[in-house]
Write a protein that binds this ligand. Sequence first.
Ligand code: NAD
Ligand code: IPM
Ligand code: MN
Length: 376
Amino acid sequence: MDARSLARSGGVAMSARVIVLPGDGVGPEVTAQALSVLELVCDQADIDLHVREMLIGGRAVDETNSPLPDDTLAACKEADAVLFGACGGPRWDHLRGEQRCEQGLLRLRRGMDVFANLRPVRVHSRLSELSPVRPAVVRGTDLIIVRELTGGAYFGEPRERAGSGPAETARDSTVYTAAEVERVARVAFGLARARRKQLTSVDKANVLITSQLWRDTVNAVAHDYPDVQLEHRLVDSFAMELVRRPADIDVVVTENLFGDILSDEAGVLAGSLGLLPSASLGVNHVGLYEPIHGSAPDIAGRGIANPYGAILSAALLLRHSLERDDLARTVEDAVDACISEGMLGPDLGGTHGTEAIGDAVRRQVALRLTAVGTAS
Ligand code: NAD
Ligand code: IPM
Ligand code: MN
């Protein structure tokens, strides 16, 4: 029996090594709240949490000249989970190539081999009024985007820029292998099987040959999941369907670039980009957890960033890396209760700050964990 199973069966206290990468802009502000919620949960649940904070992004460039220092990557590969904030910002926008903050994040995802990025989107009933999309349309939305994370246009070779002046050319390449598509498709089918059994695969198969490979591969995997209803959609019209009938959508699987764009669009349904968490998973339980938003330079340093996306990412960490669905639900319920109470920041028409919202979540978590006990 491994440490996790023992812990679940009430044997020994389990331990978890978590690397925390606050990053830039609002990253440190929201990550502080997520970490403090995680610490409280682990404390109450007798999980021995070992936290190590490390550098990534602009701060790492400033201090080490690299957006992903070698020791950060090495520690992340060794850890049980990584909690990340956001990186990049105007101060580092002049950087090019491997020096860019965003490239540091991409190298981290690839280095950890976390190929499946889960981006759940749930619309809280209180917030359906706040979405620019009509309440009747967004109400009841509960979908999950599975974004392929370590392939496609983000990593394809050749990737180059040649010449200078008006004749300059640049090239990115979208490359996918069937094996890359198959493994992420299996994650998506598996999720759909445990949910409403509907999977929408989004591609651009009417134009791109990588999308044709994507579609053929997803169709082949579908034979192993006859209980899941599969539909294919082209990304342009699906972008429209996402805001027209979001409540009908269950699980979406799509390539890296389309998933990036569609998940920000989905943030509009929820009411704010600051609400959405993500989990990036590979073949084992090691995962990278981050809100889907960026460093939000326009509001950084003012203590008003929405921490719910980061806190919900910590919940996903509990679920997927520590296999404590019970504790993940506790955090999710605590967040729901806070939103119901009106603990909202300016992005959602409220007046509460990042820390006050974090405090409210901790109060709700404490109530729940002391009320029912934490033994599982
Ligand atoms: P962004 O996600 O940082 O911000 C977009 C809009 O959403 C802004 O108006 C911002 O104020 C708002 N917003 C984002 N997070 C919020 C939160 N927690 N609470 C309230 N409002 C929030 O996107 P951008 O402005 O296009 O990018 C800024 C920088 O962040 C760029 O350098 C970009 O490359 C980087 N970025 C990093 C990540 C990441 O590290 N994962 C993700 C996206 C963008
Ligand atoms: C995200 C971000 C990143 C991406 C950037 C910062 C590399 O937009 O996590 O959604 O495009 O994946
Ligand atoms: Mn994005």
